[in-house]
Design a protein around this ligand. Structure first.
Ligand SMILES: Cc1ncc(COP(=O)(O)OP(=O)(O)O)c(N)n1
Ligand SMILES: Cc1nc(C(=O)O)sc1CCOP(=O)(O)O
Ligand SMILES: [Mg+2]
Length: 347
């Protein structure tokens, strides 16, 4: 048989084989997600949802479909995507497997219509449920990582921007904000893209300072907004519920407002006067003590914090700190990050 006629010839049980392969694919993808919900997030509700869906998928996997399987003849067996080998974070694994599950369900929806009444509709409904789960999962994963973060690096413009950030990530940093007030947008966009990727490679969150548009453009985990930046409600409308929104606060009233407006975290400072934010009066350790009592969301003490005074900030009650110069100007950013983290983890 020549190659052309081979391509055109419809194989026996083609529909059954498509359904068989995609039922397996959808179940496998869900299983991988389920394991993270159960052991990684300790979220029994989400884990149970995955399990229910796997059981529903299994109920469509009849012996007739299994019998149609012919692995040796399947030209797709053994094909793998190069990215499968390079996933470097749980987020990437989850996203790849949710995507794989959704694709398989879309195939089951279309070909299922030709096979059994109700199958197309059943997989359409399940696919929507997976979309909702994706949104919930991503949101809770980001929020959990934010909660677990103790040290936040806010960058300042410099030639070694990427190597410093990478060095800090190597030291265990889990949250980076790209802050660059005076660069052309075209450069800012490229830098943000590169930092975003770097953070992804190390499993860290990436936040864009000031700019909601750039946050979206580079698929940042969120944005940081000061009192003079966009209102939180407007940013939320643009960014949706999944992304993190941080707000700077300098006094109890700003803190109360930021919390009421739905900020995911707040900056609390400046604890000490700092040339990085020249002209802003220190709010002091008194304001840190106020945050301990009144901030129900994650908060970061910021402003003039370094390895010499961080103990005072911790003793005032801070569990999380944000720094610019202490890391950006450090001789050994990895080591400084490690020392900060060891101080902050003692609590
Ligand atoms: C974590 C964190 N806290 C506070 C700020 C300051 O934000 P803002 O007041 O908008 O000032 P600029 O950083 O935009 O100059 C921050 N960036 N990060
Ligand atoms: C960007 C920023 N915001 C602050 C605030 O209090 O809102 S203090 C600050 C700068 C912090 O820089 P450094 O760690 O070099 O002192
Ligand atoms: Mg700002």
């Amino acid at each position: 048989m020549d190659e052309q006629s081979n391509q055109r010839k419809e194989q026996p049980f083609a529909i059954e084989r498509i359904l068989d392969a995609n039922l397996d694919r959808a179940r496998e993808g869900l299983r991988i997600v389920e394991e993270w919900c159960r052991f990684g997030l300790n979220d029994t509700q989400l884990a149970e949802k995955c399990k229910q869906m796997r059981q529903e998928i299994a109920s469509w996997h009849s012996s007739e479909l299994r019998l149609a399987r012919d692995t040796l003849e399947d030209v797709g067996t053994g094909l793998s995507h190069p990215q499968e080998e390079t996933r470097s974070s749980v987020e990437q694994i989850l996203q790849a497997n949710l995507c794989r599950t959704q694709e398989a369900m879309r195939v089951l929806e279309e070909y299922g219509k030709l096979y059994k009444s109700g199958m197309g509709e059943a997989f359409k409904q399940m696919r929507y449920q997976v979309y909702i789960m994706e949104s919930t999962l991503l949101t809770s994963r980001r929020r959990q990582q934010l909660k677990d973060t103790r040290l936040y690096l806010v960058t300042s413009p410099c030639e070694q921007l990427f190597s410093i950030v990478e060095a800090a990530l190597k030291g265990g940093l889990t949250l980076v904000q790209y802050r660059d007030k005076n660069t052309d947008d075209i450069v800012r966009l490229a830098n943000a893209q590169k930092l975003r990727q770097l953070c992804r490679d190390y499993g860290a969150l990436f936040i864009m300072n000031d700019r909601v548009d750039l946050a979206l453009a580079v698929d940042a985990d969120g944005v940081h907004l000061g009192q003079q930046d966009l209102p939180i409600a407007v940013a939320r409308q643009i960014l949706g519920p999944q992304r993190i929104i941080g707000r700077s606060t300098t006094n109890p009233q700003e803190m109360e407002q930021a919390i009421a407006q739905g900020a995911d975290y707040i900056g609390v400072g400046p604890v000490y006067e700092t040339p990085t934010k020249a002209g802003k009066a220190a709010a002091g350790l008194e304001y840190v003590r106020h945050a301990v009592k009144h901030a129900p969301i994650p908060w970061f003490a910021i402003g003039g914090i370094n390895l010499f005074n961080v103990k005072d900030v911790i003793d005032a009650g801070a569990e999380r700190v944000a720094v610019v110069r202490a890391i950006m100007q450090a001789e050994d950013p990895t080591r400084v990050t490690q020392v900060f983290l060891s101080q902050l983890m003692k609590k």
